[in-house]
Design a protein around this ligand. Structure first.
Ligand code: M6R
Length: 614
C-alpha cells in the first residue's frame, strides 16, 4: 500500500526517483508524485492522478533539477484518487513536504485541533494532517525539523513510513517508520530510501531496515544516524542485499504475471534446494530443527494469513493434519485479530505472507506473541517485517513477485508447507520412512512436472477464448483440490473482474447448483485422489443441468474426460502434491482471460501487492 522513494546524492535525483517508483508501483498506482529540493533550497512538488507514467508525462515540461527528492505512488486510504490527494503533501506554509505510507488513525482529532489553530487543508488525506502538525510544532517550539518530526510522531496513533524534506535544506531527509516498511540504501556518498530495496538494488547492496519507532537522519556527507521516538540512539544494522536486477525485469515476457508463472519450475527448485536431501528420504527445515521442542509439544497449530496466503494456509491444514495428526485451524488474519482468539502457550501459530508486510497478519502475530504462543513465519521478502517479528520461520525463496496476482509465491508457500508438514512428521514419527521417501522423491521432481504443465500454455490460451465473455464462474474441488478451487476463483476475479466463486464440490448441491446453466462455466479440479469417485458424481450433477465443464484431470483419465466439455491433463502425483500441479493451469487460464478482456494483469484496479493498512 503506497510506495515511498527518496534519494540524496550527486546522481540524477528525478530519474532515480521515477525508476524507483516504477519498481514500487505494485504497492499502489492510483496517483504519484515527487518533491524535489533544488540547489537554492526551493521545493517543487509535481503530482498527478494515475500511474507513474502519467507523472512522467506531467513532468515532461517541468524543471526537475534537484539535489534531493522524495517520491510516492499511492493506494488511496483517505480520500479518492485525485491530484490533490496525491502525495507529497506540503505543510501550510510550504516549508516542508512529506510522503507517507500507512494510516494515521487519530488524524481527525489532530486535524480539528490544527483547524482551531488556523491551519487550512487542501486534501482529504491523513498525511496532510501529519505535514501540518510537524510544521505547527516546528514553528511553535522553534525547533529543528528532526525534533518536530519526533514530537509529531509521538502524538500520532497509527502506521507510517514517512520521508520529509525541508525548504532551504537540500542536504537532508528525515525518515521514520512504525508498522510500515522503510529501508535505507547506503551508497558511495549517496543515500536511498524506499519501501523495499528494489529501487536501489543496482546502486548499492548495503542497506539498513528501519525498525518500528525509529527515526533516521539522512544528511549529505554525514554518516547515517538513527534515533528512537524517545530520542535514544539506535544501533545501525547493515544488511547485504542478495537481489539481482534481472529479477526485477520482465525478461522478454509481456507481463510480470506471465513471467512469474513460467518461473515456477526454477522458483520451486530454489525453494526445495538443500531442504530435501539424501534422494528425498530426509527433509531439513532449519526453522523446525532449531525449535524441535515447540513442534514436538504443540497440541494445536493455528495458521493466520490473508488472500492467496490464506488459501496456502488451508492446504497447510490438510498437509499437517494428514502427515502429523495435529489439529490445525486456519484463520483470516483480519478476523483472527478481533475474534478474541483462545490461544494456548503450547500452540504454534504459523503466519504466512508473501510480502511479509500485511498489516492484518502482523497484528495477528502480535496477539499470538502476547498470548505466549510460538510464532513461526513463512514469507518471501527477505528482511520484511514478518520474518523479523516471528520467533522462527522459513523463506519460500521464489524471488521478487511483482505481478499483483500471486502465482509463484502461492506454489512456493504450498511447497514450504509441505516440507514443514514432512519435517514435523519426521520429528513426531507420524509417517513411515517409506512414505516420507515417496513424497520426498516426488518433491525433487516437481519442478520438472511443473515444466510439463506449462506446455499446456497454448491450449489454455485457445480455451480462454471460449470463456472470456462469461459473467460468472464456479470453481469446484474436494480435499486438497478445494483450496485450489478457491485460489483459481480469486485469480480470475482479481485480474479479469469476472465474478468467480470457489466451493467444495459437495457443497454445490446445497445452493450454488441453482446457478448452473450453459452460460456459467464450471471449472472442476479432479485429480485421481481418494475423493475421485465422489467428484465424478459432482461432475455428473453439473452436466445433468446443462453446465459447461472445464476439468483439470490426471493424464490417462477416461471417466471425467468423457463427461467434461474441456479437459486439461496434468501428471499423476501423490495426493498431497497435486495442488502445486493443478493450480498452474488455473493461473494461466486467468491470465489469458484477463488479457483477452484487455485488462492490466500486473496492476489490476483497486488492488495493491502489499496491504499494509487494515
Ligand atoms: O503479502 P501477503 O501474502 O500477506 O498478501 C496477502 C494478500 O493480500 C494477497 O495474497 C492477495 O490476495 C493477492 N493479490 C492474491 O493474488
Amino acid at each position: 500500500m503506497c510506495g515511498i522513494v527518496g534519494y540524496l546524492g550527486d546522481g540524477n535525483v528525478y530519474d532515480i526517483l521515477i525508476k524507483g517508483l516504477h519498481r514500487l508501483e505494485y504497492r499502489g498506482y492510483d496517483s504519484a508524485g515527487v518533491a524535489l529540493v533544488d540547489g537554492n533550497g526551493e521545493i517543487s512538488v509535481f503530482k498527478t492522478k494515475g500511474k507513474v507514467s502519467n507523472l512522467e508525462a506531467f513532468c515532461a515540461d517541468k524543471d526537475i533539477d534537484a539535489r534531493v527528492g522524495i517520491a510516492h505512488t499511492r493506494w488511496a486510504t483517505h480520500g479518492e484518487p485525485s491530484d490533490s490527494n496525491a502525495h507529497p503533501h506540503f505543510s501550510g506554509d510550504g516549508n516542508i513536504a512529506i510522503v507517507h505510507n500507512g494510516t494515521i488513525e487519530n488524524y481527525k482529532l489532530l486535524k480539528d485541533a490544527l483547524i482551531q489553530h488556523g491551519c487550512e487543508f487542501h486534501s482529504e488525506t491523513d498525511t496532510e494532517v501529519l505535514a501540518q502538525l510537524i510544521e505547527y510544532i516546528r514553528v511553535t517550539n522553534n525547533c529543528s525539523l528532526l525534533a518536530a518530526v519526533r514530537e509529531a510522531l509521538n502524538q500520532v496513533v497509527g502506521a507510517y513510513a514517512i520521508a520529509v524534506v525541508e525548504k532551504n535544506d537540500p542536504d537532508t531527509i528525515i525518515a521514520a517508520r512504525q508498522s510500515s516498511p522503510l529501508v535505507i540504501g547506503i551508497g558511495n556518498g549517496e543515500y536511498f530510501l524506499a519501501s523495499d530495496a528494489t529501487p536501489f538494488v543496482e546502486y548499492t547492496n548495503e542497506c539498513v531496515y528501519l525498525k518500528d519507532g525509529e527515526i533516521a537522519e539522512i544528511r549529505r556527507g554525514q554518516p547515517l544516524k538513527i534515533t528512537t521516538l524517545d530520542n535514544q540512539e539506535a544501533e545501525i544494522d547493515i544488511t547485504k542485499l542478495e537481489m539481482s536486477i534481472s529479477q526485477l525485469e520482465k525478461g522478454g515476457y509481456p507481463h510480470f504475471m506471465l513471467k512469474e508463472i513460467f518461473e515456477q519450475p526454477d522458483t520451486l527448485r530454489d525453494c526445495i534446494r538443500g531442504r530435501v536431501v539424501e534422494n528425498g528420504t530426509r527433509i531439513i527445515l532449519n526453522g523446525v530443527n532449531d525449535n524441535k521442542e515447540k513442534f514436538l509439544n504443540a497440541k494445536r497449530i493455528i495458521i493466520v494469513a490473508c488472500g492467496t496466503s490464506w488459501h496456502a494456509g488451508l492446504l497447510g491444514r490438510y498437509l499437517i493434519q494428514d502427515m502429523c495428526r495435529i489439529p490445525v485451524e486456519v484463520e483470516y488474519a483480519s478476523e483472527f485479530r478481533y475474534s478474541k482468539p483462545i490461544i494456548y502457550k503450547d500452540d504454534v501459530v504459523i503466519a504466512i505472507s508473501q510480502s511479509g508486510e500485511t498489516a492484518d497478519t502482523l497484528a495477528a502475530i502480535q496477539i499470538a506473541k502476547e498470548a505466549g504462543a510460538f510464532v513461526f513465519g513463512i514469507s518471501n521478502v527477505v528482511g520484511s517485517s514478518i520474518p523479523r517479528e516471528t520467533y522462527s520461520g522459513c523463506y519460500i525463496h521464489v524471488g521478487p513477485e511483482i505481478g499483483v496476482a500471486s502465482t509463484k509465491a502461492f506454489t512456493g508457500q504450498v511447497m514450504v508447507l509441505t516440507l514443514l508438514a514432512l519435517s514435523i512428521a519426521q520429528l513426531r514419527n507420524t509417517m513411515s520412512q517409506d512414505k516420507i521417501a515417496e513424497v520426498g522423491n516426488h518433491i525433487l521432481r516437481i519442478p520438472d512436472y511443473v515444466e510439463k504443465v506449462l506446455k499446456l500454455n497454448d491450449k489454455i490460451e485457445r480455451l480462454s477464448l471460449i470463456f472470456t465473455y462469461a459473467r460468472n464462474f464456479l470453481y469446484l474441488g474436494r480435499g486438497y483440490s478445494y483450496p485450489v478451487a478457491l485460489e483459481g476463483a480469486l485469480k480470475l476475479k482479481e485480474i479479469s473482474y469476472i465474478h468467480a466463486e470457489g466451493y467444495p464440490a459437495a457443497e454445490m448441491k446445497h445452493g450454488p447448483i441453482a446457478l448452473i446453466d450453459q452460460e456459467m462455466p464450471t471449472v472442476i479440479i479432479a485429480p485421481q485422489d481418494h475423493l475421485y469417485e465422489k467428484i465424478v458424481s459432482n461432475v455428473q450433477q453439473v452436466k445433468a443441468r446443462g453446465g459447461n465443464i472445464l476439468a483439470i484431470v490426471n493424464e490417462g483419465d477416461t471417466v471425467i474426460s468423457n463427461i467434461a466439455d474441456h479437459v486439461l491433463e496434468v501428471p499423476v502425483m501423490p495426493e498431497c502434491l497435486t495442488p502445486i500441479i493443478t493450480s498452474v493451469p488455473l493461473q494461466l487460464l486467468s491470465y489469458y482471460i484477463a488479457i483477452n478482456k484487455g485488462k492490466d494483469v500486473d496492476m489490476p484496479r483497486n488492488l495493491a501487492k502489499s496491504v499494509t493498512v487494515e
